[in-house]
Design a protein around this ligand. Sequence first.
Ligand code: PBG
Length: 330
Amino acid sequence: MKDADKFSLNQRPRRNRKSAGVRALVRETWLSPQSLVAPLFIMDGDNRQESIASMPGISRRTIDLTVREVQELADLGIGAVALFPKIDDGKKDSTASLSRDPDDIVPRCVQAIKKAVPQTVVITDVAMDPYSSDGHDGLVRDGQIINDETLPILADMALNQARAGSDMVAPSDMMDGRVGYIRQALDQAGFTDVGILSYAAKYCSSFYGPFRDALDSSPKAGDKKTYQMDYANQQEALREVQLDVAEGADMVMIKPALSYLDVIRSVKEAVSIPVAAYHVSGEYAMVKAAAERGWIDEQQAVIEILTSIKRAGADVIFTYFARDYASYKI
Ligand code: PBG
């Protein structure tokens, strides 16, 4: 072009990025701490916490310290927690009996939190693995995971949690039909107000490793491929989600999150109930490991990751960074 004065562009997207003020004005996605759920690892004992080697900054805590943590989270604006118990090997058995016991750590912890911080939403996990001597989410017989016989176990576990005051039970086991089965059991026992947050599209992922370290809950034999989904599949996620919606789920989850943003988006477009995503332990560990080496800026990476999960369509995000995110000055 000869005469630069005559050059005119009527579309200049950069105008909407020219200052922090304009950028804030046109920003499409805002993530508030109120949309975050902090997963908490709990263990028996008093006034103790243990760090988890593969999850720097995350600890297992006894109930008393967990209650204190929940209070601090609430003060920071994180109003929801999800509980995951570490069970001693000696207390595990093939039917996960302890998970139906009112004296188990989960119901006791729910009661303690609800007493001290009643406004915090307590979400409890429904799956056999932390309590199972086989380390599987369902009942194992001859190396097979037995779907239908697992359902009453899950329903009793959910009832045990509901009686303790859990706001929402979260089946993470991926057995067929469990949402409807649990819904019926809750309703028959009068717990019509206890919600079901279904881990609807839970993939068989290599990103759960640090979580299984935290709870010592790895399968003793085999893998979880006959119940957790193949990470190559997206259509199947819609099928799983639609079944759970029909069975009465109040919220559906996609897990993990970052490698599954496309799934989050398509589920968001397919359902009219809230969609949750779980930024899982391995995803947390990767950020921590790179940040420790100085290879990425942790805070910037965390904000970018969590914002992208929200942008993809997640209304609610489970993340081990919940506390950190709420502490950032954004
Ligand atoms: C098991 C369960 C798992 C997680 C949540 N619930 C692990 C698994 O399926 O083996 C993983 C969460 C994480 O990695 O942060 N019911």
